[in-house]
Design a protein around this ligand. Structure first.
Ligand code: EPU
Length: 297
């Protein structure tokens, strides 16, 4: 099913809870709906932006010239067959990542435990190569199914996917593709052991990150061999507030909306942090969150 909503609020579609409105949001719940997307987007006339659960997004204030495309394909995970001693789990891109982790734990399938506590959907975790505690989403893939306006729908095997630290490239020089489905190759292990490892990881996360705050996770990438959080902390940014936004007092690399925050305040804090880290350590911090803005940020 395809649904179109005019002037969707980005504040309501992102975990950070800030941002203005887009031109429209087009939601698809089935892979075959994608074939109608191109003409719908052209008719509306804005720049397409693929938006999953909005948990790694910083959206600008005001009226933004984008058409949000929301792949809400929530197909439940299915364990298919074993390949080279691994079990394959196929799931829709719009399925919540944490629900997938609990499904895997219940079924004694190991590989994704480190991703516990990461919000968002499976598609977003793949497209960002989300990672924590030594686990990278893309390293566990067997294959994915993609949609692209010019290429249609096709499957890409894991071996053809290039990925790295918060980097995912399923096909060279291809933009505006959309992940529709992912198949993970997981190892069969005892369910209780997987659950234990997940709860240990979650406890660690809870004690070092503001898991309940309105944030988009880490705002900057870690520079090679360094932690952006440590640098920001050392530069005095931890807990720094500005008009409802702040660098968390739990972990300095989390930009949080404490209530009534805006993108203007977020970008002002980001600029201030970049400047401080550059001055003090000579390191240029790069954004980890994806920015939706009408100007280049
Ligand atoms: N640190 C500080 N002050 C802070 C925060 C951290 O001194 O305010 C120090 C810590 O004490 C530690 C070091 O910096 O010695 C590293 O901190 P942490 O273990 O919290 O890891 P991180 O490098 O800050 C990365 C990922 C997280 C991921 C964790 C756990 C990035 C940008 N961050 O954080 O991912 O959850 O490791 O694996 O890669 C995200 O991608 O959004 C994210 C939160």
């Amino acid at each position: 099913m395809i649904t179109i909503q005019e002037k969707p609020s980005l504040a309501r579609r992102t975990t950070l809870g800030i941002g203005g409105t887009a031109l429209a949001e087009v939601q698809v719940t089935d892979a075959l709906d994608c074939f109608a997307l191109d003409s719908i987007v052209k008719k509306i006339g804005g720049t397409p932006f693929i938006l999953g659960a909005g948990s790694n997004i910083l959206a600008d204030d005001g009226e933004l010239p984008f058409v949000l495309i929301h792949p809400n394909i929530r197909t439940e995970p299915i364990i298919s067959y074993e390949v080279e001693g691994k079990a394959l789990v196929t799931v829709g891109a719009g399925f919540p990542l944490q629900k997938l982790l609990y499904f895997c734990a219940e079924n004694g399938l190991s590989g994704l435990e480190g991703l516990v506590g990461i919000p968002g959907n499976v598609g977003g975790a793949v497209a960002m190569n989300a990672g924590s505690y030594g686990v990278e989403t893309c390293a566990q893939l067997h294959s994915i199914v993609l949609y692209h306006p010019e290429h249609g729908i096709w499957q890409v095997d894991a071996a053809a996917i290039q990925y790295g630290y918060r980097y995912f490239c399923p096909c060279e020089n291809l933009k505006n593709y959309m992940v529709l489905q992912a198949t993970f190759a997981l190892t069969q292990k005892e369910s209780n052991g997987i659950k234990k490892s997940m709860s240990l990881n979650f406890l660690k996360k809870k004690s070092t990150q503001p898991v309940a705050a309105r944030s988009a996770g880490c705002v900057f990438k870690n520079p090679l061999g360094e932690s952006a959080g440590r640098l920001l902390d050392a530069a005095g940014l931890k807990g720094k507030q500005m008009c409802g936004m702040a660098f968390s007092s739990v972990h300095a690399n989390f930009l949080v909306n404490e209530g009534g925050g805006s993108a203007q305040a977020a970008f002002a804090l980001i600029d201030c942090a970049r400047e401080a880290v550059l001055q003090q350590f000579g390191i240029q911090l790069e954004m980890e969150v994806r920015v939706i803005s009408w100007q280049s940020r």
